[in-house]
Design a protein around this ligand. Structure first.
Ligand SMILES: *[C@@H]1O[C@H](CO)[C@@H](O)[C@H](O)[C@H]1NC(C)=O
Ligand SMILES: *[C@@H]1O[C@H](CO)[C@@H](O)[C@H](O)[C@H]1NC(C)=O
Ligand SMILES: *[C@@H]1O[C@H](CO)[C@@H](O)[C@H](O)[C@H]1NC(C)=O
Length: 423
């Protein structure tokens, strides 16, 4: 049975529901290249491949899954995938193909964007980089490339090569990739921040329409809006923020879609990035709880950061810039269940306090015995995001990441709210 996911919207041509079965891969490709076709996607975290092998993914609920990551290197002639990732990648692609799902690979990411700038800086480097990526795609029989440059003309993790010409060079690179015989047939997407790519003046570009000619879609990474670096506890992935006090408006799905469309990016090529995880904060009980309820935007104890999933107070990691830091405090949705914050149905456990913020449309859970508060997403917040995607007629959703959900509680919720059916 051929799998086709489509949107239950009047604008979707009737033919989609009764698509003549073609070869599996042709179908997903022809549908995905049509602007009215929905994207139901997630990123696959290859470093969790032992815990979550490719065959365990809920393939039938996705149109595409993106393998994360291939890192940029100082040489445009090479990208870097670690040895475990190289073993996993062919298995990942085989699983995707057997489920008629598009297999993409994402280039860059927070730790892997260091050399985008130099790799696209000159015509000669762009040509080499195009060749590197088309060879990668051909070797592993991938269906597409996803570019997660965090971020053009910004230092990102802290040590990225950067130039005022980054966004312009990125566009030239994408255009060259599209002219390549291999590149012309690929799905090409990008993951971007809540404001348009930074232009040569250091400000978000006012016209990013040319990117839409080369990209199938852009996934807006509307998460990590608040976290350990913030002044107070706020929503990791707010749907809206215009309903919050002015100083608390730090970006949201609503503001991101507004910013990108104001910069002339077509709304039907925008995919909403959604978070199957949350950030934890240490909040004293007298600040967290007011009148027996969780107070909005409480201050928190900055240091030490409370440990997240799989972390202890002593956890230390050294990043690609050589900077060593402690726990991140991040929990996947599944990790919140395992750690006892949530029950197996994804609701706050009986010994927790909780609050659903009706502006950001996201939940908080607080453990009064450990003074840990978590800002995260649940079935209700994913449903709100799905309704937003449907109402705005965005292209779909992309979940960070495929191993974060628990029993597909989040995935099923957003799929139902968008109105995606399999037929
Ligand atoms: C082009 O790539 C080479 C590595 O092959 C690098 O040394 C050089 O700096 C790059 N050019 C620019 C202008 O960044
Ligand atoms: C981007 O480039 C401009 C122009 O050189 C510069 O003023 C700006 O600071 C750069 N952006 C960042 C985040 O540094
Ligand atoms: C949130 O709830 C409060 C109290 O019920 C209400 O006054 C307010 O209008 C709601 N805001 C939004 C954005 O729904």
């Amino acid at each position: 049975m051929t799998k086709i996911l489509h949107l239950l919207l009047a604008s979707v041509p009737f033919a989609f529901a009764h698509h003549t079965p073609l070869k599996a891969r042709q179908i997903s490709k022809s549908l995905l290249s049509d602007d009215s076709e929905v994207v139901a996607a997630s990123w696959y975290p290859s470093w969790l491949g032992t815990k979550v092998p490719p065959e365990s993914l809920s393939w039938d609920k996705y149109t595409s899954v993106t393998f994360a990551f291939a890192l940029t290197t100082s040489d445009p002639g090479a990208v870097s995938i670690d040895s475990d990732g190289l073993v996993l990648l062919p298995k990942f692609v085989a699983q995707a193909k057997s489920h008629n799902v598009n297999a993409l690979i994402t280039i860059g990411g927070w730790t892997g964007s260091q050399f985008f700038s130099s790799n696209v800086a000159t015509a000669a480097n762009r040509t080499i980089f195009v060749k590197t990526l088309t060879q990668l795609v051909t070797k592993y029989q991938l269906d597409g490339l996803d570019f997660e440059w965090e971020y053009p003309n910004q230092s990102g993790i802290g040590c990225n090569v950067m130039s005022p010409s980054d966004s312009a060079n990125f566009l030239l690179f994408l255009q060259e990739l599209r002219l390549d015989p291999v590149g012309s047939k690929l799905i090409i997407s990008a993951a971007a921040g809540i404001t348009p790519f930074t232009g040569s003046d250091g400000k978000p570009m006012s016209d990013v329409s040319a990117f839409a000619d080369s990209l199938d879609w852009i996934s807006l990474m509307v998460y990590d809006v608040w976290g350990s670096w913030s002044d107070v506890v706020g929503p990791n992935a707010p749907l809206a923020d215009s309903c919050a006090a002015a100083n608390l408006q730090q970006g949201s799905a609503e503001s991101a879609v507004a910013a990108w469309t104001a910069a002339k990016f077509p709304i039907d090529k925008l995919v909403l990035g959604v978070a199957a995880y949350g950030h934890s904060f240490s909040v004293s009980k007298n600040i967290a709880v007011v009148n027996s309820q969780l107070a909005p935007y409480p201050t928190f104890v900055k240091s030490p950061q409370t440990p997240g999933e799989g972390e202890t107070a002593d956890t230390k990691t050294t990043d690609s810039c050589g900077v060593t830091s402690g726990p991140t405090g991040v929990f996947s949705f599944e990790g919140l269940v395992t750690a006892g914050y949530l029950t197996s149905t994804g609701s706050p456990a009986f010994n927790m306090l909780s609050r659903f913020d009706n502006c950001s449309q996201t939940p908080y859970v607080y453990n009064p015995s450990t003074s840990v508060e978590i800002s995260y997403d649940d079935a209700k917040s994913f449903a709100a995001k799905g309704s937003f995607i449907k109402e705005k007629a965005l292209k779909g959703f992309a979940m960070w990441h495929a191993a974060g959900d628990y029993k597909d509680i989040l995935l099923d919720s957003i799929i139902a709210a968008i109105g995606i059916v399999e037929c």
